[in-house]
Design a binder for this molecule. Sequence first.
Ligand code: 13P
Length: 258
Amino acid sequence: MTAAIRPMVAGNWKMNGTRASLDQIRAISEGVSGALSEKLDALICPPATLIYVATTLTVDTKLLIGAQDCHEKARSGAHTGDISAEMIADCFASHVIVGHSERRAEHHESNHTVSKKARAAYDQGLTAIICIGETREEHAAGRTMDVMKTQLVESLPDDATPENTVIAYEPIWAIGTGQTPGPEQVEDVHAAIRADLVERFGAAGEGFRLLYGGSVKPANARELLSVANVNGALIGGASLKADDFLAIYRAYEDILTS
Ligand code: 13P
């Protein structure tokens, strides 16, 4: 089951990164070139302004490049400031994050919108990284599982597959706070997500990658990434520095051999 899933260590740069940051992309691509790259994937999602140059820099390396959002319409149109899945694919990116909690909160994106964005990604051959996660209040009220279930049902299109979709569980209260759920809590939520996926998609549900996100750092990576049904990480702040990202990536040296 989980053991057969190829893990992914992904970085979400959010609204960070200028041309000077391309040195970090270069260093990360060099750092993910070893034997470990046969066993797991590494992805960086820089801001849209850097996607094309990042894919150009990382041609013939193992580092994948993705986007942080796309419009729900897959192709061009009158949507000032937005970016289509077609444009992302045209820049040779392979993945796109949709439904990040910051987009949901700041741009009022509903589960329904997130599902449409994932469809737009599929339409252009991109893999959608669909984010779900509860607020601090929902967590405190013991509503995590209910919230997850609804978000999962409504944000995932019916034609989601383990090839075109990655799920990222990101408790909002853990993002950028240095706080993380304990490994047992992560295990419970990921087990529930897995069960929901199997209920909906049958055997294919066993194959989806489930990433954990929220204050993943070199110091806690091994513990969090060892949890059952955690098939990788979606990293914010710690992905901005190649050394930190690579330290998290290398946590898999122990995990995959133990
Ligand atoms: P941090 O790793 O900075 O907590 O951010 C997590 C995140 O939101 C990744 O998408």
